[in-house]
Design a protein around this ligand. Structure first.
Ligand code: B12
Length: 141
C-alpha cells in the first residue's frame, strides 16, 4: 500500500491549480494523495488527520496569506497527538512580497514545518524530501 499524502491549503486560499499540480507531483513520487481542495477550514483538516493518519501533510498556498495562516495551521496540527512526528511541508507563494517570503519561510520552519518553500526554490529539493519519506515509510512497515 502506498503512503498517504494529505494535501491542503489555508482557509482563505481559493486557488486550485496549484493543488492539482502538487497532487500530480506527489502521485508521480509514489504517494496516494488526498486533496482537500481550496479554502480548507482548520477543523476539517484536523478531522482528516485524525481519520487518515497520513505519512506527510503538504500545504500549498499562493494567495499571499500563507505566512500568517500557515503558522496557525501548524500550531493546531502539532497539538494532535497523532501528528506530532509527521512531517508537514508548506510552499507556493508565502506572502505578497517575494523578498520577505524567504524570511517568512524561516519563521514557518521555526513554527514546526519540516521545510517551507517560497516560490523561487526549485522542486528538486522537495523531491528529495519526498523520497526520504517514502524510504522511511517502507522501512517502518
Ligand atoms: C489563476 C489565478 C486566480 C484564479 C484562481 C482559479 C482557480 N480555480 O484556481 C482566480 C481568478 C479565481 C484568482 C483569484 C484571486 N487571486 Co489569483 N492568481 C491566479 C494566477 C493568475 C495563477 C495561479 C495558478 O493557477 N498557477 C498555476 C499553478 C500550477 O502554479 P503556482 O500556483 O504558481 O504553483 C507553483 C508554485 O507556487 C509551487 N508550489 C505551489 N504550492 C507548493 C507547495 C510546495 C510544498 C512546494 C514545494 C511548491 C509549491 O509549485 C507550483 C508549480 O511550479 C496567479 C498569478 C500567477 N501568474 O501565478 C494569481 C495570484 C496567485 N492571485 C492573487 C490574488 C491576490 C488573488 C485574489 C485575492 C485577487 C482578488 N483581489 O480578488 C483572488 C482571491 C484568492 C483567494 N481568496 O485565495 C495573487 C497572490 C498575491 C501573491 N501571493 O503575491 C497572484 C500571485 C496574482 C498577483 N501577481 O498578484 N486567482
Amino acid at each position: 500500500m502506498k503512503p498517504i499524502a494529505l494535501l491542503t491549503t489555508i482557509p482563505s486560499d481559493s486557488h486550485n491549480w496549484n493543488l492539482v499540480y502538487i497532487q500530480l507531483f506527489l502521485e508521480e513520487h509514489g504517494f496516494t494523495v488526498v486533496n482537500m481542495g481550496p479554502s480548507v477550514p482548520f477543523y476539517l483538516l484536523l478531522e482528516k488527520c485524525r481519520q487518515l493518519e497520513p505519512s506527510v501533510v503538504i500545504v500549498s498556498t499562493i494567495n499571499g496569506h500563507g505566512y500568517i495562516e500557515g503558522k496557525e495551521l501548524i500550531r493546531q496540527l502539532k497539538e494532535l497527538e497523532c501528528m506530532k512526528d509527521i512531517p508537514v511541508f508548506i510552499g507556493g507563494k508565502l506572502s505578497t512580497d517575494a523578498n520577505m517570503s524567504s524570511l517568512y519561510a524561516v519563521e514557518l520552519e521555526e513554527a514546526g514545518y519540516r521545510k517551507a518553500y517560497d516560490s523561487r526554490e526549485d522542486m528538486t529539493e522537495f523531491s528529495r524530501r519526498l523520497e526520504e519519506i517514502l524510504l522511511q515509510t517502507a522501512v517502518s512497515r
